[in-house]
Design a protein around this ligand. Structure first.
Ligand code: SF4
Length: 291
């Protein structure tokens, strides 16, 4: 959408916002710098980087309130569960709303008069139209230009990016997001040994829940994992090749809503307004990990 706006195919936006959880892959930060340098700046579109802190650091800091990640839980009796996902709201939506209020001139807690709002573009393509939602506040009105103006699927977006020399656009999400599929875990392991060490180390560190919950006596009565097999990440079965991966290897881009989530994980990373995680709300509660 930034490129479409910069090229004048879509109207020019006033700002582009990147909500930084502090734990994106290095490739994403590098790509963002490149977009800023080659596309945003020449078009006069400022990229605003907003943040509520570093999600990895916060999870391991006993003195910090931690907004829970969607971790896979193995209870003492062997029952599987999942912790509540609060991280997208805390690390993405919250800092974006804060910035929008600043832009409008009504920083929190000033009341925003009725009729004052920003138009916010959300990059959802036609194959994910069911994720297109309204914002939950009156001062933001969501618009979905890839659907409404362009009628573009994910494949159309990739094709356009390729014409701009951006075929290698990486998926944005936390390095250790539990919504990763096996393909994403393998990609980290096989392309970036230091980032793989980083996530394996984090996975081991949260086995007993987040540091703050433990420090306040709110212990996890079981074990937490990043991989859905509920096995330590370094030993998890991430090399299992599924039908979805075979299909993709044969060039069938996008296997549709039935694509094997185990393999592919979250299709579009963690979009603040369309995180696939909202479709996968856990059946179980937060196990005390949200304190
Ligand atoms: S990418 Fe994953 S861990 Fe990061 S904020 Fe989104 S859901 Fe949470």
């Amino acid at each position: 959408m930034l490129a479409l706006s910069a090229e004048g195919i879509l109207p020019k936006v006033d700002y582009a916002v990147f909500a930084d959880t502090g734990w994106e892959p290095a490739a994403v930060y590098k790509h963002l710098d490149r977009l800023e340098r080659e596309i945003a700046k020449p078009a006069g579109i400022p990229i605003l980087r907003v943040s509520s802190g570093n999600i990895r650091k916060d999870a391991l800091d006993p003195d910090h309130r931690f907004a829970s990640m969607p971790l896979y839980i193995l209870n003492k009796d062997g029952r599987p569960g999942m912790t509540r996902r609060q991280c997208t709201g805390e690390y993405k939506i919250k800092p974006i709303k804060k910035k929008v209020r600043e832009i409008l001139g009504y920083p929190y807690p000033v009341r925003i008069p009725k009729g004052v709002f920003v138009e916010q573009w959300v990059g959802i393509s036609t194959d994910e139209f069911h994720r297109a939602k309204d914002a939950d506040v009156q001062y933001m009105r969501n618009r979905h230009p890839l659907i409404v103006d362009m009628d573009w699927s994910r494949t159309d977006c990739v094709r356009y990016l390729t014409t701009l020399g951006l075929a290698d656009t990486p998926k944005s999400s936390c390095l250790g997001c539990p919504f990763h599929g096996n393909a994403q875990w393998r990609h980290i392991r096989d392309t970036s040994p230091s980032e793989w060490d980083n996530v394996v180390e984090f996975d081991a560190a949260i086995r007993k829940g987040n540091a703050r919950a433990n420090a306040t006596g709110n212990r996890l009565l079981g074990q937490a994992f990043l991989h859905r097999s509920r096995v330590p990440l370094g030993e998890a079965p991430i090399d299992h090749v599924t039908a979805a991966e075979w299909a993709q290897r044969q060039g069938e881009l996008g296997t549709g809503p039935d694509a094997d989530e185990l393999e592919q994980g979250v299709a579009d990373g963690c979009s603040p307004w369309a995180c696939r995680g909202t479709d996968a709300e856990p059946a179980q509660d937060d196990y005390g990990l949200a304190s």
